[in-house]
Design a protein around this ligand. Structure first.
Ligand SMILES: [Zn+2]
Length: 145
């Protein structure tokens, strides 16, 4: 806390404090644990107090990444189920109102790949299905065979 206040003061007012103040900053440099934020004693290249703090920090980082992957997968899975729900046997493509997809919770910005078509249009894929905007209000859903 003390360190932060001094750094702030330096940026704002170091003209008034001059050399003396800058010298103080240098001697006050400390490293804090990335997990518990306590001041680390010993080697300056250390990032954590001990293995306990390192393990907790790394596990939290991993679970954040896992959550991101899980959420994205869930959205893609839901998008696929929504598209699939409109298909019956023997049908390979459907023209559908964008509004219907929105009302079902479809999220257009999530896809598994996209391809540029002629005239700058794009077709988007959701696993084995594709969705293609054909106007402001309509999409074509395609079942890949
Ligand atoms: Zn710690």
């Amino acid at each position: 806390m003390l360190l932060k206040i001094h750094v702030y003061n330096r940026v704002k007012t170091d003209k008034y404090f001059g050399f003396d103040f800058n010298f103080k900053i240098k001697t006050m440099e400390t490293k804090t644990c990335l997990h518990c934020k306590k001041i680390i004693k010993g080697r300056t290249d250390k990032k954590f107090c001990d293995d306990y703090c390192r393990n907790i920090f790394n596990n939290q980082l991993k679970s954040t990444t896992n959550n991101l992957v899980r959420n994205t997968n869930n959205i893609l899975g839901k998008n696929r189920r929504i598209i699939e729900s409109f298909f019956e046997e023997e049908i390979n493509y459907i023209k559908i109102k964008k509004e219907i997809l929105i009302n079902n919770g479809f999220l257009f910005s999530y896809n598994t790949k996209s391809k540029k078509l002629a005239k700058g249009a794009y077709i988007y894929y959701c696993y084995d299905y594709a969705f293609l905007p054909i106007s402001e209000d309509y999409y074509i859903l395609i079942k890949e065979i």
